[in-house]
Ligand binder design. Structure first.
Ligand code: LLP
Length: 420
């Protein structure tokens, strides 16, 4: 489902004209469609029909409490990677029993809080973590229900910064050492190893690596059972790619077919952790053109959103589609343009070398597919306040995170008395 649509030449999100959002909330602003979010969730669940499975939405993709709450109302759990994210999930009403805690560097206090909350499962990524978790669990008088995340040494074929399943990546326990680590888990006090977890990367557009990884998981589950460890859960991670531009994103059906064929007959409860797939295409970043600067090599369109608001193009050379909020006259000639922000470095761009309709100061544009890893990765670099977020539902909308004020931003700093 498309998050935006032109009506009478004007871009809308559901029934709300984006011009209205820009006038009332200001720009830049992230806008999300509730209907698109709900549709995504329902599509995911229906593709998994018949499987004994749960969706634990990877909160990191978009951790606004309103987004988590909307998914929770439909039945989703949460995959969190910090205690901050766990608190967001709990604040959104997600029952502790539907929360999975992943991540390569959990600290003692985080483990203790997660055990206290009684979450569904902790995904452990190393033997050192296993030992610390045992200590923390014993001290708290709790038993930690856990899965070990394995590193299957499979290349997910995605951008180097977001591939996680190769042995040179920091994630998970080497596949070859996994049985030994489970043996340690079995013998340590306070631990209940019940699952195998895997996550091989993000924005995966070829399903073959999934098959390779899930086959290895299935083999491990069988071996562990032979070793006397009763595995009855598998966490299949996230990573399913979406269409940003020209890529051929896999269909859910293809993906679920692989799931069924590889791990479907083990009698295990399955957890899916989609992040990007759930929220990527529900949102846009709405921005206003400040200046148009014809350059010798190309046209620079300077907008009021920048790399601090959406860092994906800078960090991953990511592509986000760009649309004008008001459709140009038919026949208007496109112009080869770079869309850049006001930040003082050349890496501050949102798009390069795009054929765009002629734009002028004051025009509005959207960066598409910005619902995932957009607002959550925003910073205040160049003392630019954190960008606000809006959730649209039919004809209404709500500001689900107001724009940070400069006063709030400045109030966070402290000048020591000896400098005054
Ligand atoms: N589960 C685990 C353990 C993860 O580490 C991740 C993402 C997910 C699930 C969700 O993956 P997804 O379904 O969203 O692909 N900032 C990057 C993406 C980083 C992904 C990190 N881990 C980007 O903007 O492309």
């Amino acid at each position: 489902m498309n998050a935006t649509v032109y009506r009478n030449g004007r871009l809308h999100m559901e029934a709300v004209p984006l011009e209205r959002l820009a006038a009332e909330v200001g720009t830049p602003v992230y806008c999300y469609s509730l209907a698109a979010l709900q549709q995504n969730y329902r599509d995911f669940v229906s593709a998994a029909d018949g499987l004994n499975a749960a969706v634990c939405y990877a909160v990191k993709a978009n951790s606004n409490v309103a987004i988590i709450a909307a998914l929770n109302r439909l039945g989703a759990g949460a995959d969190v990677v910090s205690i901050g994210e766990m608190r967001r999930a709990l604040a959104a009403g997600v029952p502790a029993g539907k929360i999975v805690f992943s991540g390569v560097g959990k600290k003692k206090a985080e483990m203790a809080e997660a055990l206290q909350a009684g979450i569904m499962q902790i995904n452990v990524e190393s033997e050192a973590e296993l030992r610390l978790l045992s200590d923390v669990a014993v001290a708290a008088g709790k038993t930690a229900t856990l899965a070990v995340r394995i590193n299957p040494d499979v290349d997910a074929g995605t951008h180097a910064k977001i591939t996680t399943g190769k042995k040179e990546n920091k994630f998970g326990v080497d596949y070859d050492h996994a049985r030994r680590v489970y043996a340690v888990a079995k013998q340590l006090p306070g631990l209940n190893p019940v699952g195998v977890a895997v996550h091989i990367g993000s924005q995966i557009t070829d399903v073959k690596p999934y098959r390779a990884a899930y086959e290895l998981v299935a083999e491990l589950v069988r071996n562990l059972r032979r070793d006397g460890i009763a595995i009855d859960r598998i966490d299949l991670g996230g990573g399913l790619g979406i269409v940003y531009g020209q890529e051929n994103a896999p269909s859910l059906t293809e993906y679920m077919k692989i799931v069924r064929e590889t791990v479907g007959d083990l009698g295990c409860h399955l957890t899916f952790e989609p992040g990007r797939w759930m929220v990527g295409n529900i949102g846009v970043l709405l921005a206003e053109v400040i200046y148009v600067k014809p350059g010798q090599a190309r046209n620079f369109v300077v907008v009021d959103a920048a790399m601090n608001d959406l860092i994906r193009p800078t960090l991953y050379e990511a592509y986000h589609g760009i649309k004008p909020v008001i459709l140009p006259e038919s026949g208007a000639e496109s112009v080869l343009s770079d869309v850049v922000g006001p930040i003082c470095e050349s890496g501050d761009y949102l798009a390069k070398g795009r054929e765009l309709p002629p734009l002028a100061s004051g025009d509005l544009i959207v960066l598409e597919s910005a619902g995932a890893y957009g607002a959550v990765m925003a910073s205040t670099y160049n003392t630019r306040p954190l960008v606000p977020e809006v959730l649209v539902d039919g004809e209404r909308y709500a500001v689900i995170r107001p724009r940070q004020t400069l006063e709030e931003l400045l109030a966070a700093d402290r000048v020591p008395p000896w400098l005054k």
